[in-house]
Design a protein around this ligand. Structure first.
Ligand code: ATP
Ligand code: MG
Length: 269
């Protein structure tokens, strides 16, 4: 019987539509298989973690518990700080050390499922198979959002290799854009598709690189331009992502637009 249901044989459509009304509309029931999207930038402090915290909260409004945000900045994890979580009881480090199964270290921050790092972790980060460790979680979520460390060291490479696609964050300044190019090179080396670029902390000052020049220099579409907004720093200090702390602020509006863009893109598959 179950085999017939699985094959969708005639005579069972009534039962199938009762089980899942989408069946009637010809939509197949697919098992969850998370799409892993990483946020990267070679330069530190450009706004990677801010982006992950904010788009994580935006996506959870649409997807509920189907999204997980992961702190893959293993040397200096601080995704938790953006949520006001200073000493998580369970961390990704526990899972990487095989002390706890990875499913057991997921917790919730502001309603968003998260995998946080231990701020107290002081060991050197050796080669990590992040992709392998995340594997058991892929059947539990539709999106896994990765916050990466800066640079292009081994933990960043481990995070790049764990991704299905990546978003690159930059600021409109020549040195930042120049080092961002290194991240593009690494993504190309590992053949990881790039969704596009976020230009964050834009003040519109005359010495900044115009957005069209950032686009020309990097050669990829700009998917979001987020202004430098004091509300973001305030929100970080309060441990509440700006989309929730000051939803009407200019930066929050841009992060929300970016969340909507990603949702549309995910729906298109
Ligand atoms: N649009 C913005 N306007 C004002 N401040 C911002 C903006 N985006 C981020 N910030 C601030 O910049 C600081 C660094 O941001 P964040 O921690 O997200 O950078 P990062 O790229 O993750 O840094 P790291 O490479 O060290 O992990 C934070 O204090 C944050 O509040
Ligand atoms: Mg960070």
């Amino acid at each position: 019987m179950l085999e017939k249901i699985r094959r969708g044989e005639k005579g069972h459509t009534g039962l199938l539509s009762a089980l899942n009304p989408k069946w009637e509309r010809g939509i197949e029931i697919k098992p969850k298989r998370a799409r892993v999207i990483g946020v990267f930038s070679c330069k530190g402090g450009v706004g990677k973690t801010t982006t992950v915290a904010n788009i994580g909260l935006c996506l959870t409004q649409y997807m509920g518990d189907d999204i997980l945000a992961v702190d893959a900045n293993l040397t200096a994890p601080n995704l938790g700080l953006h949520f006001g979580e200073f000493s998580p009881k369970v961390t990704i480090h526990d899972a990487l050390a095989d002390e706890l199964p990875i499913e057991k270290v997921v917790m919730k921050c502001h309603g968003l499922p998260v995998l946080l790092g231990s701020i107290a972790y002081s060991e050197e980060v050796h080669l990590v198979d992040l992709r392998g460790h995340l594997e058991p979680l892929k059947s539990k979520y539709k999106v896994i959002l990765i916050d990466s460390a800066p640079g292009i060291g081994s933990e960043v490479i481990a995070a790049i290799k764990a991704c299905d696609e990546i978003i690159i964050v930059t600021n409109p300044h020549i040195p930042v854009v120049a080092s961002t190019l290194k991240t593009f090179r690494e993504a190309e080396r590992y053949k990881i598709p790039i969704v596009g670029v976020i230009v964050n902390k834009v003040r519109g000052e005359p010495f900044e690189l115009p957005i069209k020049d950032v686009k020309k220099a990097l050669g990829w579409p700009i998917i979001s331009v987020v202004p430098e907004d004091p509300k973001v720093r305030e929100a970080t200090a309060a441990g509440i992502p700006v989309v929730r702390y000051a939803p009407q602020s200019s930066a929050a509006k841009e992060f929300k637009k970016l969340g909507e863009f990603l949702i549309k893109r995910l729906k298109k598959g």
